[in-house]
Write a protein that binds this ligand. Structure first.
Ligand SMILES: *Cc1c(COP(=O)(O)O)cnc(C)c1O
Length: 407
């Protein structure tokens, strides 16, 4: 099958809820993917950070293969011998008492929202159906009806009403606005420690520490959505670790399933997670032994700290190289770990146009919000491959008239 045939086939029978770049991937190993025509590309997106350990990591594939030969799904009607170990390992990694396993990231966020409300009614004593949850402008937490209810991105939000009530939005990084928005009915503050989809937006210095203090003082749960920022991506096990902050509730997903299965989790201490009793929440696939076995192997990869250190070191190097290049037409270059964004100044090519040029040069990256290109190579990327990618990015951004009209 050629690239054009595959794209046409998909276009005809698959809903148009995405606008992919015109490359059809057939195979991938480590940081490299190969398309149906045999062309190779360096993956600088990592499936939005779900591929932190590279494509087909041997240890993760081995864990999956071993479990495939044993048992893949039991449902939670019975126990399986992988789930307990997975939860114990993840609890240790997150320094929380316990774990509630789910599948997609959005399900993890929904779980955290339900948990926060239930904690609010049963522990904090908020009057029933009055709970408020504070969220940030520019947030991205997934695509369910409730989650898009508090998205301020019209593309994600519009025409999906009526919307779920009970959410209040404050500007990202504004501690005074957060303090002013808290009422006796506030049960949680839901925040990305670094906003991913918004374009790798870092909070102002001291913000997350101030959030921690404020939430403790006002008896509000600090819920950190680390689905994209966590598990090594930002240069530490969790982005909150970068500033020495421990949230009350942490949401993980994406890389937790090693890029092999959908696996998400909510972690917290028993004083919070203990409010959920049998039958009150669940999922048929949540906590399945295949995902749990892969999750155990993912956590094992993180426990030496090597991957995180690599992310931090190579990320600093990448930012330095890009900043030193003094690129024209750039509004800002920002990032943390092997996760950075180049925001164009809006006078020239769009993020998609640049992404298409990078594609033609063998680099996979994707635009976000028209003028920003986000980069997130697998954390196992070879330093020489990363340098090659940086040189290509610099070359594309310094060559003004290279817009390719081929696509
Ligand atoms: C990707 C993402 C989600 C949603 O995860 P899905 O698996 O796509 O449902 C939620 N929050 C953040 C911060 C994300 O990056």
């Amino acid at each position: 099958m050629t690239t054009d045939q595959a794209i046409e086939f998909e276009h005809e029978h698959c809903a148009h809820n995405y606008h992919p770049l015109p490359v059809v991937i057939h195979e991938a190993h480590g940081a490299w993917v190969t398309d149906v025509e045999g062309r190779r590309y360096l993956d600088m997106l990592s499936a939005y950070s779900a591929i932190n350990f590279g494509h087909g990591h041997p240890k993760l594939v081995a864990a999956a293969q071993e479990q495939l030969g044993l048992v893949t799904l039991t449902s939670r009607a019975f126990h399986n011998d992988r789930l307990g170990r997975f939860c114990a390992d993840l609890a240790r990694l997150t320094r929380h008492d316990a774990v509630l396993p789910m599948n997609s990231g959005a399900e993890g966020v929904e779980t955290a929202l339900k948990l926060s409300r239930k904690w609010g009614y049963e522990v904090k004593g908020v009057p029933v159906d009055q709970a408020e949850i504070i969220v940030c402008a520019g947030n991205f937490h997934g695509r369910t009806t409730t989650i898009v209810s508090f998205s301020d991105d019209p593309v994600a939000h519009d025409h999906y009403g009526p919307y779920t009530p009970g959410f209040v939005t404050v500007p990202y990084g504004d501690i005074d606005a957060l303090a002013a928005a808290i009422t006796p009915n506030t049960v949680a503050f839901l925040v990305e420690p670094i906003q991913g989809e918004a374009g790798v937006v870092l909070p102002p210095t001291g913000f997350l520490q101030a959030v921690r203090e404020l939430c403790t003082e006002r008896n509000v749960l600090f819920v950190a959505d680390e689905i994209q920022a966590g598990l090594g991506r930002a240069g530490a096990t969790f982005a909150c670790d970068l500033v020495g902050v421990q949230p009350d509730v942490r949401i993980l997903g994406k890389a937790l399933g090693g890029g092999i299965v959908a696996l998400s989790a909510v972690t917290a201490n028993w004083d919070v997670l203990g409010v959920i009793q049998p039958g009150q929440h669940g999922s048929t696939f949540g906590g399945n032994p295949l995902a749990a076995a892969i999750g155990i192997a993912v956590i094992e990869l993180l426990e030496t700290g090597e991957v995180q250190e690599r992310s931090r070191r190579l990320g600093e190097h990448a930012l330095q190289v890009l900043r030193d290049a003094a690129l024209p037409g750039i509004k800002e270059i920002r990032g943390s770990g092997l996760w950075w964004a180049i925001e164009l100044d809006g006078t020239g090519r769009t993020g998609r146009e640049v992404s298409l040029e990078l594609l033609a040069r063998g680099i996979l990256a994707k635009d976000t919000h028209t003028w920003t290109i986000r980069f997130a190579p697998p954390l196992v990327v070879e330093e020489s491959d990363l340098d090659h990618a940086l040189a290509t990015i610099i070359d594309v951004l310094t060559t003004p008239d290279a817009t390719s009209d081929d696509y």
